[in-house]
Design a protein around this ligand. Structure first.
Ligand code: FAS
Ligand code: PHB
Length: 395
């Protein structure tokens, strides 16, 4: 295969999802050059329906990246969330408990805004890059090579950001004997649909029901996102829209179900749920961000938001290196990022265990869930702990 000319940049970013694009745009604002190498097409990346809730930290990063105008114009501020169990429902008031709120604005829109900003700034994004190979990460001259339309391309750089998600190449570039992986696979998945219907409530509803978990979320006044817990072996073809709506109505309080406006699904998919962390999140001049390093069950809306905190730490570490010649931020990146990653893992695990039904649950286990929900309903300290985690722990 022909090797065409070698490119040069300061930071090569593998992966053009929200982690990679956010890092690239933040670095650009500081005059630090990067190239994003993405396996898929831009349309494919923008076609993925994922997260819906942004922590305050990610909102601030989008503002610092100069990409927050549409988010502030179209995003919806949520000061709290609803939690239901059976016919009971209560509200956790984030604003009252923490002084902070969250922003409801889809990951698809975040990614769209970041792509637009990179393109407006003439940012280099290589799409449809195949066979990406990271070499020399443990030297001071790392390279990333890949093939585009059959021609091999190589990039020499100072640093590599592995932002290529759970199935990317970056994590696996760190030698097995240097990596430790932690994983928990949950015995259920989430069947999600997107429908052009008004949300059932102006806030999110997290529902614990004996039939299984449900979540009523939204993207805007006429675009709703709903999830129901399903078995790991389930398949989206087993679920007609009507079957989905019927099951969702059985899992949320009847006063909500009675006002639910249903409609045709414009997207329907099942996501498996797992908790996963790899340690360390760096090797030499390779730094992992986001899903390349960790995965959470989406119950606590922490996936995208924990990717954002990784980006925050790496962005500031690179600024410190290029601006002051200090390697302190780079040398402490992994332990600093992991401290917050594990807190997000814990919250997502806690909230998932509280809200889902488990095949091996006894009647006692269900009583424990209800008792914890009653405590959460009645105790301000318990609600404050939940709210602090949900709006986002400090970076
Ligand atoms: P991404 O996986 O988003 O991006 C990685 C990018 O790297 C992709 O564009 C991929 O094409 C590219 N790539 C992969 N391998 C490559 C290679 N070898 N070379 C070059 N590029 C490569 N989080 C929430 O908070 N709430 C949710 O509701 C939620 N729902 C989710 C549903 C699903 C089905 C999935 C998979 C995840 C969900 N998440 C959710 C988590 C999700 O939002 C992630 O946390 C978020 O996408 C992380 O962003 P990135 O780290 O950029 O990884
Ligand atoms: C979503 O809107 O997709 C969403 C919101 C909150 C979650 C998970 C998913 O906890």
């Amino acid at each position: 295969m022909r090797r065409i000319n070698q490119l040069r940049t300061q930071v090569a970013i593998v992966g053009g999802g929200p982690s990679g694009l956010l890092l690239s745009q933040l670095l650009h604002v500081q005059g630090i050059d990067s190239i994003v190498i993405e396996r898929k097409t831009k349309d494919y990346v923008l076609g993925r329906i994922r997260a819906g809730v942004l922590e305050r930290g990610l909102v601030a990063l989008m503002e610092e990246a100069g990409c927050a105008d549409r988010m502030h114009a179209e995003g919806i501020i949520h000061d709290g969330t609803l939690i239901s169990f059976g016919q009971e429902m209560f509200r956790v008031d984030f604003a009252d408990l923490t002084g902070h709120s969250v922003m409801v604005y889809g990951q698809t829109e975040v990614t769209r805004d970041l792509y637009a900003a990179r393109e407006a700034a003439g940012g280099r994004i290589v799409c449809e890059a195949e066979d990406v190979v990271i070499e020399g990460a443990d030297t001071d001259a790392p390279t990333v090579s890949y093939a585009v339309q059959g021609a091999r391309q190589a990039i020499t750089c100072d640093f590599i950001a592995g932002c290529d998600g759970f199935h990317g190449v970056s994590r696996k570039t760190i030698p097995d004997h240097l990596r430790q992986e932690f994983e928990k696979v949950y015995p259920y998945g989430w069947l999600g649909i997107l429908s052009e219907t008004p949300p059932v409530n102006h806030e999110l509803i997290y529902a614990n029901s004996e039939r299984g978990f449900a979540l009523c979320s939204q993207r805007n006044a006429n675009l709703s996102r709903y999830y129901i817990q399903c078995s790991m072996s389930d398949h989206v073809d087993n679920w007609s829209d009507e079957a989905f709506w019927d099951e969702l109505k059985k899992r949320i309080p009847s006063d909500q179900a009675d006002t639910l406006i249903t409609g045709p699904s414009i997207e329907k998919s099942i996501a498996p749920l797992r908790s996963f962390v790899t340690e360390p999140m760096q090797w030499g001049r390779l730094f992992l961000c986001g899903d390349a390093a960790h995965i959470v069950p989406p119950t606590g809306a922490k996936g995208l938001n924990t990717a954002a905190s990784d980006v925050h730490y790496l962005y500031h570490a690179l600024r410190m290196f290029y601006g002051e010649g200090s390697e302190n931020g780079l040398n402490t990146y992994s332990q600093k990022a992991l401290l917050r990653v594990w807190k997000a893992e814990r919250f997502s695990w806690w909230f998932s265990n509280l809200m889902h039904s488990y095949p091996d649950h006894t009647a006692f286990d269900h009583k424990m869930q209800i008792a914890e929900l009653e405590f959460l309903r009645s105790n301000r300290a318990a609600q404050m702990a939940m709210a602090e985690n949900y709006v986002g722990l400090p970076y």
